[in-house]
Design a protein around this ligand. Structure first.
Ligand code: FAD
Length: 289
């Protein structure tokens, strides 16, 4: 089998991948960046990005990712469209197999994460118009409004608590009669319930997201097999608990992981870009022996 060899390969074209590409190219590593199926990563699935420092004037996610791509190209990062299905990392050079075969001396894995959605057609219809998978990213758009969060694990509990500090009320919809979240989070949720900031909807499932061209205006939930409509004056933000990691970080020397793929906590464009920068610097150090 023939492999196209590169000193450094970067997997992923999100903020982590492009930042790593820019730093590695400027360090003379001539990196190859493999975009994966989702070119530009998660930010291409959203609209307003209000927390990217220096951009305060209606920055859109897809536009930011296009600019990052151009920035990487400006420094001659070689960008190819491929999706890697198999890696062989137990011997040097590392081997990556997609629609073509690649090998490298060092590898940066920045394959990100995907938000977990419920899979309702109406949820998809209102994505970015009241439905979101990221409270830190989008909660600010719903400040002082009523919002709903779906889920009962740690992520849902954390997102609900975060929103309870900026929104007028949070409806937490959970299909069981107790939360799976860890005790400290359960205690904080109970406190917020006592203070009237969170209302629990036990044994409930989101049945339908309803709205019009302006966005979401209500949701229908099923509680103990009975349908109930939650009307609210304003939009909702609906967050399913948890995200699916697409790859794992690695302890193999020469292989680095950057961005959401290795970050269980912050998961922001800026933190991912920061990790991309760090991974490129680490790869450079590794390659220079
Ligand atoms: C709806 C939504 C709104 C958001 N809004 C904001 C916001 O306003 N501000 C903010 O800072 N953050 C926001 N985020 C979070 C932000 O998008 C992520 O933190 C960031 O994109 C993570 O960057 P990343 O480079 O780690 O990975 P990603 O952006 O997830 O990119 C991963 C890349 O890896 C590629 N890939 C995956 N598997 C493979 C493979 N096997 N082979 C090759 N390539 C592969 C994909 O194609 C993709 O290009 C939002 C997220 C969502 C879902």
């Amino acid at each position: 089998m023939e492999y196209q060899h590169h000193k450094l390969i970067i997997l992923g074209s999100g903020p982590a991948g492009y930042a790593a590409g820019i730093y590695a190219a400027r360090a003379g590593l001539e990196p190859l960046l493999i975009t994966g199926a989702e070119q530009g990563g998660q930010l291409t699935t959203t609209t307003d990005v209000e927390n990217w420092p220096g951009d305060h004037d209606g920055l859109q996610g897809p536009e930011l990712m296009e600019r990052m791509k151009k920035h990487a190209e400006m420094f001659d990062v070689q960008i190819v469209n491929d999706h890697i299905d198999t890696t062989e990392l137990n011997a040097k050079p590392f081997k990556l197999i997609g629609s073509q075969n690649w090998s490298c001396d060092s590898l940066i894995i920045s394959t990100g994460a995907s938000a977990k959605y419920l899979g309702l057609p109406s949820e998809k219809e209102f994505l970015g118009k009241g439905v979101s998978a990221c409270a830190t990213c989008d909660g600010f758009f719903y400040r002082d409004q009523e919002v709903a969060v779906v889920g009962g694990g740690n992520t849902a509990a954390e997102e609900a608590l975060y929103l309870s500090r900026i929104c007028s009320k949070v409806h937490l919809i959970h299909r069981r009669d107790e939360l799976r979240a860890e005790k400290i989070l359960r205690d904080r949720i109970a406190e917020a319930v006592n203070e009237g900031k969170i209302e629990m909807h036990w044994n409930s499932q989101l049945h339908e997201v309803l709205g019009d061209e302006k966005g979401v205006n209500s949701i229908e939930i099923k509680t103990d097999n009975k349908n109930k409509k939650l009307e609210m004056k304003n939009d909702y933000i609906i967050i399913k608990s948890g995200t699916d990691g697409m790859a794992t970080s690695t302890s193999v020397p020469g292989v680095y992981a950057a961005g959401d793929v290795s970050d269980q906590i912050y998961r922001q464009a800026i933190t991912s870009a920061g990790f991309g920068c760090m991974a490129a610097l680490d790869a450079e150090k590794f390659l220079s022996g």
